[in-house]
Design a protein around this ligand. Structure first.
Ligand SMILES: [Zn+2]
Length: 512
């Protein structure tokens, strides 16, 4: 979720436009990040400073493809000082004279394949690396960046994506998060695996993605080094850190995977509600697996963030992080359903570019309606009727297009609520039998990759045998309140479904 830098677009360096990757990212290829190609040229050229995202053209970089990040850090909660080394394993996808990483902290040194490399700053977040020897297409690259800084004081537009908390920090944000803690190719098109280790003073907990391959190791100076491993490809914004005082609860899920939940000790009387919600994660994942297809990742869990920290929740891979506001009025399993549905829609199948955000938020929101239906707390149709009636025709809500909301409205409420309404209209158009074949077919076809709305429409049309252009155009790409399918139009004021209050409360924090 959450913060969109329109200023970053203006700062895009376009002096290397001739080296932009060929083709539009995200079109046609199931895994565009793995198949980008560039015309062969006689002389090595700079890698592009962006991947051409229509909303954030300077996010990510061209000319190489990352396979793995090894992030090895040291953190001081008392001062918010972060230091360490990230080792990037990548492959050159063109003959490179230089290439960019996205990063904000102070860099001490960069090495490429063992050689000390020159580095410069450009734009808002570009670290330009020039190796003493050029790199050729297909050549393995090992890039070692040593750095330090105080992330909470490292600001872009007066803002840091790193949250300092009462007892530590959270690296949790969307789409900008990695800039403040590890150098990366920061766009969902370039997925990679990662290992994260952080040394902290003894008594401090460090939570991150994936599995814990070993218990924390004692280090000199009364410190402990925590390690986490993500073995499935992920987008950089889905990597996270939660550092502070946490109670950790472990268990085994129905599918045999490890469940690791963590609860900030600062939550006070909100902690029981947090536990009553997040402890249902394995049940939610088990339920969702029956609808969306096999769970794509290697571990499960959730993190309840400290009091006075995040104002939202994020679907960080394998282990979503929840702000304290969700537990203000008691438990809320709907936000747990939302964030875990993202493990399929957003995390395993990521947007090919940020204009496709409906593929994340529309689907995670609709998962809440399906959960409500399964729990007997209101059917998806009842939620559609009530949501539709809740936004009057002249509400500005209806002017935002879920299928292309604009860079400044990626997390607008319409992407969530009208997004869910759009999926419900698609369900009505194709029928339940086709609809519940389309969802797992989509997650299977684009597993660990990327997708576009056009690709989803094509798949839905292929499975249903129907022309779905009218429903996609009407519900995703046309301003104004559409008229629902005739069969579902209600004439009387719809009754409020039981689940409405909790879904509304969750969306008030999730959407901007
Ligand atoms: Zn979401």
């Amino acid at each position: 979720m959450r913060r969109v830098f329109t200023a970053a677009i203006a700062a895009l360096t376009v002096t290397t436009a001739g080296t932009l990757v060929t083709g539009t990212p995200g079109q046609a290829d199931a895994r565009p990040g793995k198949s980008r190609s560039v015309a062969v040229s006689a002389a090595p050229k700079p890698g592009s400073p962006g991947l051409g995202d229509p909303y954030f053209p300077d996010y990510g970089n061209g000319g190489y493809d990352v396979d793995h990040y090894d992030v090895r850090l040291r953190y001081e909660p008392a001062t918010d000082r972060l230091s360490g080394t990230t080792t990037i394993l990548a492959t050159a996808t063109q003959d490179l004279s230089r290439f960019n990483l996205d990063f904000l902290l102070d860099v001490e040194s960069v090495r490429v394949n063992g050689w000390t490399a020159r580095f410069d700053r450009e734009g808002v977040h570009e670290l330009v690396v020039t190796a003493p020897r050029g790199l050729t297409t297909g050549q393995p690259m090992t890039v070692v960046v040593t750095y330090s800084g105080v992330p909470s004081e490292t600001l872009v537009d007066g803002y840091s994506g790193w949250t300092r908390t009462v007892d530590g920090a959270l690296a949790v944000n969307e789409p900008e998060s990695a800039w403040w803690w590890f150098p990366s190719n920061d766009h969902p098109l370039d997925k990679a695996t990662w290992d994260i280790s952080v040394s902290v003073p003894d008594g401090v907990e460090v939570i991150s993605n994936g599995v814990q391959p070993r218990p924390p190791l004692a280090e000199a100076g009364n410190r402990m080094r925590w390690g986490w491993r993500s073995t499935k490809p992920g987008a950089t914004y889905l990597a996270f850190l939660a550092i502070g005082q946490y109670d950790i609860v472990t268990d085994t899920a129905p599918n045999g995977q490890q469940v690791i939940n963590a609860y900030s000790t600062t939550l006070g009387d909100r902690k029981p509600a947090a536990r009553a919600s997040i402890e249902r994660t394995a049940e939610v994942v088990d339920w969702a697996s029956g609808i969306f297809g096999p769970y794509p990742f290697e571990a499960q869990g959730g993190v309840a963030a400290p009091i006075d920290s995040l104002g939202f929740a994020l679907e960080t891979q394998t282990r979503p992080v929840y702000g304290p506001g969700f537990w203000r009025r008691g438990s809320n399993p709907y936000v747990v359903v939302h964030e875990n549905a993202h493990q399929w829609f957003g995390d395993s199948v990521s947007v090919a570019n940020w204009s496709n955000i409906w593929l994340n938020e529309g689907f995670a929101s609709y998962a809440e309606w399906l959960w409500s239906e399964a729990q007997g707390e209101g059917t998806a149709q009842e939620l559609f009727d009530f949501t539709y009636a809740d936004y009057p025709a002249d509400d500005a809500f209806w002017q935002v297009l879920p299928g292309n909301p604009g860079a400044g409205a990626v997390f607008d409420g319409a992407v969530y609520d009208r997004g869910a309404m759009a999926l419900h209209q698609i369900r009505l158009a194709v029928g339940d039998d086709a609809f519940f074949r389309i969802l797992p077919a989509w997650t299977a076809a684009h597993r660990y990759g990327n997708g576009t709305i056009a690709e989803f429409q094509a798949l839905a049309e292929q499975i249903s045998g129907l022309d779905l252009d009218p429903v996609f155009t009407t519900w995703l790409f046309t301003p104004g309140r559409p008229t629902p399918a005739a069969a579902t139009r209600t004439t009387t004021a719809p009754a409020q479904p039981k689940s409405w209050t909790q879904i509304r409360a969750a969306h008030q924090l999730l959407a901007r």
